[in-house]
Write a protein of this length. Structure first.
Length: 432
């Protein structure tokens, strides 16, 4: 079939010839030469894109100890040809100017999108921000912890820090985030949404919130934040209380400081609050477990090949006082490692509701160009051999949260039924 749209009248009619040096002939020759140059340039562009893509894949695979990428089944000749064809189609037909770097990043991200919800590719900028906020515990943002349901993709505010931009703006725990600026929260991974909520200090992010059947809008001004991830206080009768909001690298030192302070005040029992703790760094939770448990197994991991790695506690330090750990449905990953180790080792009492159920471990590998990949590389198992992926940890004492005060009362631990239950359990342990 011949496409007639760009034909001039009479240009495709037989029996019409031009002289070799006529303007029409020279025009056709110039057009043909320009067309051929355009084809060559496009071919060069496509070759560069493919080479860059292949080099990036080689770098990713090499980071995981894989040899030449050509040894894999992923980039066969058919796949490379199809990528070339699709890239050419985009370059030649998309209605707006395309950002080649964004297309490349989309290719890299696509490798991980089809694995699981925890595996992803980070651009250099995303990796730097992730390391700053998740590992080091500092970032410029709004001061709220978010959780995303794996099935519905609904994003919920599960913790708002005191005196944070979120609290000042009126954001509350339990709020559902619908949009952050122009980004729909339920249409992207949580890490991508958080990267949009984070930003330069002094700038504002516009949040659309759903609360109690009503949609609300807030403009939250970002601040540089460095909140403690572990903080403690002494409750009544020598019972210490340490809340761990996440397991960052800085959490270990903060936990030890809180533990030392409470010990110095004559602590006779301890509550560790892991409610709403989404997890964090494996080494951090193991270091904290080492300060709690006597010598023995904390957790072990197994990869696809069955290779097992044990993480053990030493005899350098351990608690010899009654211990209670609070958990809920938002306690995940590293929180479940600590709760599972304490439960299986019979080192304390777990109180609350069934935990989230994340029993897989991710490994972050930086690449030579400043980017990085995070990939699920193994499952973890509690000391008793249980992988709680998709199952969660069932508390020893199952108790739904209930605020014991009235509508006008502010939160305090005396009005928190789960803390009060923990106090009663610890008192009974002390009296044995």
């Amino acid at each position: 079939m011949r496409d007639e749209r760009d034909l001039e009248p009479g240009s495709d009619m037989p029996g019409t010839e031009e002289m070799p040096n006529s303007p029409k002939v020279r025009s056709k020759r110039g057009f043909a030469r320009g067309f051929l140059i355009g084809v060559v340039v496009m071919a060069v562009v496509l070759v560069v894109v493919i080479l860059l893509y292949r080099n990036a894949v080689r770098s990713v695979l090499a980071s995981y100890g894989v040899g030449a990428y050509s040894d894999t089944e992923l980039l066969d000749d058919t796949t490379e040809e199809k990528i070339s064809m699709l890239a050419g189609y985009i370059e030649g037909n998309y209605y707006e100017e395309v950002d080649t770097e964004e297309l490349r990043n989309g290719l890299y991200q696509g490798l991980f999108d089809n694995l699981d919800e925890y595996s992803e590719y980070y651009t250099p900028e995303e990796y730097e921000e992730m390391m700053t906020s998740t590992v080091e515990g500092t970032y410029s943002g709004i001061g709220a912890t978010l959780q995303q349901d794996n099935e519905t993709m609904i994003v919920t505010v599960i913790h708002v820090y005191d005196d944070s931009p979120a609290q000042k703006a009126g954001i509350q725990e339990g709020d559902i985030i619908l949009k952050a600026d122009e980004y729909d929260a339920s249409e992207m991974e949580l890490t991508d949404l958080v990267s949009h909520i984070h930003g330069e200090e002094g700038t504002a992010v516009h949040l659309e919130i759903y609360r109690d059947g009503e949609e609300m809008e807030f403009d939250v001004v970002r601040e540089n934040l460095d909140y403690p991830t572990a903080d403690g206080e002494m409750l009544d009768d020598g019972i210490g209380y340490i809340q761990i909001s996440e397991f960052a690298e800085s959490t270990v030192e903060q936990f030890n400081t809180a533990l030392d302070n409470l010990t110095g005040q004559g602590m006779t029992a301890l509550i560790i609050d892991l409610r709403y703790n989404p997890g964090g760094v494996l080494d951090s939770v193991c270091d904290i477990a080492d300060d709690i448990l006597p010598e023995g197994l904390i957790v072990y991991t197994e990869d696809r090949a069955g290779h097992r790695v044990d993480y053990d506690s030493t005899n350098e330090r351990s608690l010899d006082i009654p211990l209670a750990i609070l958990v809920n449905e938002y306690s995940a990953s590293a929180s479940e490692i600590l709760a599972g180790a304490v439960q299986d080792r019979d080192a304390g009492t777990i109180i609350g509701t069934l935990t989230f159920g994340k029993g897989v471990v991710q490994t972050i590998r930086p690449l030579s160009d400043g980017s990085a990949v995070k990939m699920t590389t193994s499952r973890y198992f509690t000391p008793g051999g249980t992988c709680i992926q998709g199952i969660g940890i069932t508390p020893d004492v199952e108790l739904e949260y209930e605020f014991l005060g009235g509508d006008e009362d502010e939160y305090s631990y005396e009005l928190d039924n789960q803390i009060q239950e923990a106090i009663e359990v610890l008192r009974s342990e002390e009296n044995k």
